[in-house]
Design a protein around this ligand. Structure first.
Ligand SMILES: *Cc1c(COP(=O)(O)O)cnc(C)c1O
Length: 429
């Protein structure tokens, strides 16, 4: 489900007309639906109801303070990958005691900050990091709660840049080495408290089979570590994919039922049905670290068409958002559905490349795509831009970062101001 649909030929986010928002706040503009974020969080929570669990939202997907506050108020935990993300969670009213800290390259400053704040667990990615964590905790006279990330060597069947659970990826510790590492830590690392086990096999997984394969492979290891070292949790990671195609229609059950059995994307209910029975007898708290699933379909990037340019081979529609605002197409070959904010009067279609103003050939949002006709001056929405959208935006080409808006029912709130030209050079000499 998501909160975007046409009403009176005008694209709305919940009860707010996006055209009016674009007129008031300018473009490019990120707009998020609070109702959608909450719906996704609650559905995931409900799907896991059969087992003791906690949903730790992966902050890196969308780290705006207002988004974090929304989830903190629902009782979510948070999966962080930097000291900066921990700072944001605390600012937003989140509880460090419900934070897990992932990532292959934690610095000393980050470790000290997280120890001082009393996070739930460091999710450690190598033997070297575990030893270093022990050393820093010892110097501070405290004990560090830790879980090791197991790399189960499972093919997540997703884009190569977002696959993380194969032996050749930089993430985690080889499956075969985990038991020995826990024994070593219990014996030699007095400032480590072995609290859990973690895994995360990749992002944007749209079929259940890699999740099942990983859970079935790692469950006996989790059981062993509980018996031997008294671990209390197993984080089975994030990675639940969303539907980027046909994103206006695909929120509905009708759409889902029309897809052939093998094309039907994973639903969260199916995820719960398949995963819960495979983990519930372990007696461990099951953590989930979803990012994209919670916020991906809950946001759009609104941009205005500046020019039409007819080349010898192609027709371009040049818009005022660029790859610096939304890098997914350039970085991951990511697909974003493109829809006009005003439904056109005719059903005329055009085949165009929608491109940004940046001096890079990778600066496109679609190529040779058939779209409803729109003209210079018209606004369009790049759908499903709530995850890995604004958080990856940069000032490349000295373009100020766009504003972000959160819609709740009929209310739209600016949750991040558009950067000014002065913001662009703040801190420079
Ligand atoms: C990025 C990340 C996630 C979230 O991935 P999604 O695909 O957005 O659900 C969860 N856990 C870890 C360790 C990550 O690095």
């Amino acid at each position: 489900m998501h909160g975007f649909c046409y009403r009176n030929e005008s694209l709305h986010c919940e009860d707010v007309d996006l055209q009016a928002l674009a007129a008031e706040h300018g473009t490019p503009l990120y707009v998020y639906s609070a109702g959608t974020i909450l719906d996704h969080y609650r559905r995931l929570d409900a799907a896991l109801a059969g087992v003791d669990h906690e949903v730790a939202y992966a902050v890196k997907a969308n780290s705006n303070l207002s988004v974090l506050r929304l989830l903190a108020n629902e009782g979510a935990g948070f999966d962080i990958v930097s000291g900066g993300e921990l700072f944001r969670v605390i600012k937003a009213g989140g509880d460090p005691a419900h934070c897990t800290f992932a990532g292959v390259g934690k610095t000393r400053d980050e470790i000290v900050y997280a120890l001082e704040q009393g996070i739930y667990s460091f999710n450690v990615e190598s033997a070297e990091e575990l030893r270093y964590l022990n050393q820093v905790a010892g110097e501070l006279g405290v004990t560090a709660p830790a879980a090791v990330r197991v790399n189960p060597n499972v093919d997540a069947k997703t884009h190569k840049y977002i696959s993380t659970g194969k032996s050749e990826n930089k993430f985690g510790v080889d499956f075969e080495a985990i038991a020995g590492l826990y024994d070593m830590a219990a014996r030699d690392l007095p400032h480590i408290r072995l609290r859990g086990l973690q895994m995360h096999i990749g992002s944007q997984l749209t079929s259940i089979s890699p999740f099942i394969e990983a859970v079935e492979k790692v469950a006996p290891l989790a059981r062993l570590l509980k018996e031997k070292h008294g671990i209390e949790f197993w984080s089975i990671g994030g990675g639940i994919g969303i539907i980027y195609q046909e994103s206006l229609e695909s929120g509905s059950i009708d759409w889902w039922e029309k897809q052939s059995e093998q094309d039907r994307p994973l639903t969260i209910e199916q995820y719960g049905r398949e995963i819960v029975p495979r983990v519930k007898d372990l007696g461990l708290k099951i953590l989930l670290e979803p990012g994209r699933f919670i916020v991906g379909n809950a946001g759009v990037l609104v941009t205005r068409c500046l020019y039409e340019k007819k080349g010898a081979a192609k027709t371009f529609r040049i818009v005022d958002a660029g790859m610096n605002d939304l890098i997914r197409p350039a970085l991951y070959e990511g697909h974003h559905e493109i829809v006009p904010l005003k439904q056109p009067a005719t059903d005329g279609r055009v085949t165009v490349d929608v491109v940004g103003p940046i001096c890079e050939s990778g600066d496109f949002f679609c190529q040779n795509r058939e779209l409803p006709d729109f003209q210079p001056g018209d606004c369009i929405a790049l759908m499903s831009a709530g995850a890995y959208g604004f958080v990856m935006a940069s000032n490349y080409n000295s373009r100020p970062l766009p504003a972000e808006i959160l819609v709740e029912g009929g209310t739209a709130t600016v949750i991040r101001k558009r950067q000014t030209l002065d913001d662009l050079v703040a801190g420079e000499l």
